[in-house]
Design a protein around this ligand. Sequence first.
Ligand SMILES: [Zn+2]
Ligand SMILES: [Zn+2]
Length: 376
Amino acid sequence: MSDNRHGSGDLDRRTLLGLLAAGALQAADKLSFAKGAVIRTVIKDLAPTELTGITLFHEHITTESADGVVIEELNAARQIGVTCIVNARSERSVSIPNLKAISTRTNVHIVHCAGYYMEYAYPPEIRNKSEEQIADDFVREIRRDGIGALGEIGQSPNSRELSPLERKMFRAVGKTHLQTNLPIFTHNPYGTGPNVPREAGLRQLDAFEEVGVKPDRVAIGHVCCLDDSQADIMKQIAKRGAYVGFDRMANTHPAPPPGSPPPRNGQVHDISDEQRVKEILEFISAGYEKQLLLADDNTLQPLQIGEAINQLEKVQWLTGESSAKIKSMIFHDMGTGRTVSRFVPKLRKAGVKEKTLHTILYDNPRRFLAFEPKNS
Ligand SMILES: [Zn+2]
Ligand SMILES: [Zn+2]
């Protein structure tokens, strides 16, 4: 009896140790966040563990309406698992009440941003303000509007380096981060002309680091538009600790006809998804899967097409049924979440494991967006 008890005691201890080891493994695999870290959406602060769906870290909500097509587009994204988007600031900005209404109506969390795009989009007074004054203005806005990230912070197309004013803006955004802890993401000028150096994203990181920002709070955006077949620049960015943004996948920007004037805010360099898949495989095999972020950098187009289809339905050129069918195709191919519906299957087909896809789509954005509130 006593031997048996002794035996079963041993067994229990072994089982217990096994369970503890399994638990430790799980814990090591589990995401951990700093105590008090939140993800700040326009409605409320979320604990990072509350964000359980796919998050797209760089999108644009381009309408001041909380009715109609924008709701349909986000509902379609929600159906494929997207539960949070980050609304980047570029040329146009929509109002906070509108974003709250859209979020409430769709059940998609929205993280709103502060920041300026590139030099042509700066308000004139930026020229005369110091870095500290610009940062103080941002901090006031962040407090007032419940801002959850800084971006997209851009660099003009076809330029060799940040302009002096853009450099001031990057440093001011870095100083805003130091006061608030908000994560930062950028607009890399990528393939927007022969003058852009391949390592533009690394130089952007330099500008933030100069003022004391830690690279792991920064995502360098549009790296997917860089012709980086060996994933060389991607790996250099990740080696320094920053996130790499692949945020314009499955895009539909045809190259402009030869001799066209360069568009004011840049042209997407046409890298095929096939090359992008290879770059990601190389990046993952180098051990950087925890530093990749995906998004669509959504544009106005799907909304405009969706509205045109609604008009055709109104004048009875389309039935309700065919109008719904066409819109669902448009949203799938061009709308918010197209990286999930069109690009992720290509990664899966190339052999990227479900666990890795989960890390990239669910966990990395939470890690990037979670911050310990300071001054807000
Ligand atoms: Zn951009
Ligand atoms: Zn953008």
